[in-house]
Design a protein around this ligand. Structure first.
Ligand SMILES: Nc1ncnc2c1ncn2[C@@H]1O[C@H](COP(=O)(O)OP(=O)(O)O)[C@@H](O)[C@H]1O
Ligand SMILES: [Mg+2]
Length: 526
């Protein structure tokens, strides 16, 4: 359907179309639109929609005769066209050569009065054609919903980031990404699951977790000894290093930081935690360590010293088990149980684990399977003040060649060290409002001003994907996280799990009234 005509154009500045829609509300920002040039179809995205200022409009506003005399919309086209029309600013994204459907970069403009129309499924399919390792996380709005393909092999080759305000759907998007990564066998994932969202079912909204879809490819470890469905996670205290404490206990004074390193140097056979706890602060050599500082440090440390999962594993080093699972190419969900609300625990544990992983991946000669580490609240590790102590900034910079890939998930991109942010190859940006965050999330992106407008106006559950995992930067409506959608669009029909079969069988039994005494399969917690 024709929606308008091009009235001005510039390669650098974009195209302006006057609209022949009765109601400008029928068009929205980021809709795909085709401008029919002579040689090319210009595949464009709506960048802005505007009603320009006009003197007549101002005079007519509020006037009772307005409705009678004002010709609007496409039905009132006279010699001079309608007096009042809306305009759309269009940003050409790709040129599609009419005769052979070849794609190229938009380096030219269409003639005056070129027709604009909504993009069709065929237009869109040409741009986002599927590859062996591509899957979808959602659709473009505009015409009919069209499921956009992302290349997951490319996505997990280099560090990537997911940015967006709290509550806009980052965790759900993460789950979709993880499902696609596992379904396409592009790698395995390590998730620090603070809120119990990724195991079999999410504790927060009851949606299916990774272990639900991939019961054999995902292992759940838990800090919570009560969690019977997971393996116990025990951290051996001798693996704890000064940096881990500095990151976890943020805002330590310089004296305390120095003291931690000093104690570490002098700790002898003890582990660091025990060495700090057992420091006799009353009898210190004051020229080397100040008693008040030591006491303050011990107070700050008491939370960590008491963590029940830091203990000698009795030969059951959880990290060893974790590595064994990783070497088999499986994914890991580390469930924080009751410690999920304690950011000290998260900072501490994520850092210890990532450091040991980094050591394993970089020191060993053998090649480990590709592992993508999802780091929520990344700014807590990657703020300029702490990033030198954490392994994560190194992980962002150095590990591509080691198959250990960092996925940053964050609501405050402006608080992440600029140097780390710049390592990110693909960005999945959801709604952000704080101007500094919008700017940081999009630093270095071509057409940044346009993207800033988009990111500050898009609704929740919408994501702009920018990078080499997608053919062109695209705003995607994240698909509803529903079992049926995930199966249809990400897993394909082949991924029918044994659990699901049992589940269905039991439902059939319910319907037909049989087997009521049979054990119930894994069901949704009420
Ligand atoms: N794609 C989606 N499908 C279904 N529900 C969603 C989707 N995205 C977000 N939601 C809903 O919004 C809530 C918040 O999303 P969440 O991913 O937890 O946000 P964030 O991690 O950004 O704080 C979820 O509990 C869920 O109910
Ligand atoms: Mg979240």
């Amino acid at each position: 359907m024709k929606i308008g005509e091009i009235v001005s154009a510039s390669v650098l500045g974009g195209l302006y179309a006057t609209l022949q829609l009765e109601n400008p509300e029928d068009l929205r920002i980021a809709y795909p639109v085709i401008v029919e040039g002579k040689t090319y179809d210009f595949y464009c995205m709506v960048e802005d929609i505007l009603n320009e200022e006009s003197e007549i409009a101002e005079q007519l506003a509020g006037c009772a005769m307005g409705n009678v005399i004002v010709p609007t919309g496409e039905t009132h086209e006279g010699f001079a066209g309608p007096i009042f029309y809306s305009k759309a600013k269009l940003r050409p994204i790709q040129l599609i050569e009419k005769k052979n459907r070849k794609l190229s970069e938009p380096q030219t403009i269409p003639p005056y009065f070129s027709e604009c129309r909504h993009a069709t499924k065929e237009d869109v399919e040409l741009i986002y054609h599927p590859t062996a390792k591509s899957a979808t996380i959602g659709s473009i709005t505009g015409v009919e919903p069209f499921y956009v393909q992302l290349d997951f092999e490319k996505l997990v080759e280099k560090p990537f980031a997911i940015y967006g305000r709290t509550g806009v759907g980052k965790s759900i998007l993460n789950k979709l990404l993880c499902c696609a990564i596992l379904a396409k066998k592009a790698g395995s994932v390590l998730i620090f699951d603070m809120h119990g969202e990724y195991g079999v079912y999410s504790n927060t909204d009851n949606t299916e977790g990774l272990k639900y879809y991939f019961p054999h490819d995902v292992e759940v470890f838990s800090l919570d000894p009560e969690n019977a469905e997971a393996r116990q996670f025990v951290l051996e205290p001798e693996f704890i290093e000064p940096d881990d404490l500095v990151v976890a206990l943020n805002n330590l004074s310089d004296q305390m930081v120095d003291m931690i390193y000093q104690i570490d140097r002098e700790k002898g056979q003890k582990d660091l935690i025990t060495a700090i706890r057992t420091l006799d602060s009353a009898n210190l050599d004051e020229s080397k360590m100040h008693p008040a500082t030591a006491q303050a440090l011990q107070r700050r440390m008491s939370r960590i010293s008491r963590l029940p999962f830091i203990r000698k594993g009795g030969g059951k080093d959880a990290f060893g088990q974790l590595m064994a699972v990783i070497k088999q190419g499986k994914s890991i969900v580390l469930d924080f149980g009751e410690f999920g609300t304690d950011s000290t625990v998260y900072l501490f544990l994520a850092n210890v684990l990532a450091r040991r992983l980094f050591e394993q991946y970089t020191e060993m000669n053998e090649q480990f399977p590709r592992l993508i580490v999802f780091l929520e609240e990344a700014h807590r590790f990657l703020a300029p003040a702490v990033s030198s102590y954490t392994i994560f900034s190194k992980l962002a910079r150095e590990t591509r060649k080691f198959n250990l890939i960092l996925a940053i998930v964050d609501q405050r991109p402006s608080q992440i060290d600029q140097e780390v942010r710049s390592q990110v190859a693909n960005r999945l940006v959801m709604s952000l409002k704080e101007p500094s965050d919008v700017e940081s999330a999009l630093a270095g992106v071509p057409d940044r001003a346009m993207w800033q407008n988009i990111i500050s106006t898009i609704p929740p559950r919408t994501v702009a994907v920018i990078g080499d995992a997608i053919r062109i930067p695209t705003v995607i409506d994240v698909m509803p996280y529903k079992d049926i959608e995930v199966r249809e669009h990400i897993l394909g029909t082949g991924a029918w799990t044994a659990d699901k079969e049992k589940d269905l069988a039991s439902k059939a039994d319910e319907v037909f009234g049989k087997g009521s005494e049979q054990p119930q399969p894994l069901g949704k917690p009420k």
